[in-house]
Design a protein around this ligand. Structure first.
Ligand SMILES: N[C@@H](CCC(=O)N[C@@H](CS)C(=O)NCC(=O)O)C(=O)O
Length: 267
């Protein structure tokens, strides 16, 4: 039996049919921060409803609007409910980034587009977004699950779970996580932003969170054992992301963003 803190109180969930502006159902300390950051970059009129993050599963109130009951959820005027970071970022950029500040029009990708294949930039975008939402998310999810189990289980079982957890890291998680980070470091290259953009784009907005969720709980380290920088370009890029005014505003609006879950669970 795991010992979890009691569920915090959640706000009431609005009826999607009554929505008049994009409304983000935002879970604190979660990938929903990606959407808040993008909303702030786009400077559109939106609402955010903050759900305190429990130690266990998402607040049941999030099921009122979508059967999966996860966050982020973007409620849209007209009653539609959009889920999945990947789809929400695509929707927001295509709907509201009219001046193409943060995504490319099909005629503006000559700097990157393979002349033979005009779709190349969007294919690369998908590839890099998937490294975050799929490759890193699945490994960090497993690491966090076992970390949580080993911290929250009865004390006499902890050594067993801790040993299991360490084997998991050694056999399945650490090498894959570092390979994903190496790939991102390589893809960033000498550019300020991914895909050689002059401004951050969908890859930057999405991948920032997944790099952060790898680094904050200590599963991937920017600095090696001998003090060497392992991912210097990614580290500098994280700094550029977090120096943006829109990112800072998103932190104020989100009501809590601390991805060091093990520390918050008492490690
Ligand atoms: N694939 C979904 C993942 C959604 C998701 O799992 N969100 C997490 C927060 S990062 C959540 O709601 N966790 C609570 C839970 O799983 O119960 C996406 O890309 O949006």
């Amino acid at each position: 039996m795991l010992t979890l803190a009691p569920h915090p109180t959640s706000p009431p969930t609005p009826d999607p049919a009554t929505i008049t502006k994009p409304t983000l159902l935002h879970l604190q300390h979660s990938s929903s921060q990606i959407i808040l950051w993008l909303l702030e970059e786009l400077q559109i009129d939106y609402e955010v409803i903050i759900f305190p993050r429990p130690e266990g599963p998402a607040p049941p109130e999030l099921k009122a609007t979508h059967p999966q009951g996860k966050s982020p959820q973007l409620l849209l005027p007209g009653g539609r409910v959009l889920t999945q970071v990947s789809a929400i970022t695509l929707y927001l950029l295509r709907t509201y980034d009219k001046d193409y500040n943060f995504h490319d029009s099909s005629s503006s990708t000559a700097h990157f587009t393979d002349k033979e294949d005009p779709n190349w930039i969007s294919i690369k975008e998908e590839q890099l977004v998937c490294i975050g939402i799929s490759d890193i998310a699945s490994k960090v999810g497993m690491a966090l699950l076992w970390h949580g189990i080993s911290l929250k289980s009865p004390f006499f079982m902890r050594p067993i779970f801790n040993t299991t957890r360490k084997y998991l890291h050694k056999l399945f998680l650490d090498a894959d996580l570092n390979a994903a980070f190496e790939t991102l470091e390589m893809e960033l290259g000498e550019g300020e932003w991914f895909l050689d953009r002059k401004q951050p784009g969908r890859v930057d907005f999405v991948v920032h969170y997944f790099v952060d969720i790898g680094v904050r709980p200590g599963y991937v380290k920017f600095t090696g054992e001998n003090g060497e920088e392992r991912y210097p370009k990614l580290k500098a890029w994280m700094g550029r992301c977090e120096a943006r005014e829109a990112w800072k505003r998103s932190l104020e609006k989100g009501g809590g963003y601390d991805l060091d879950f093990p520390k918050r669970w008492g490690a």
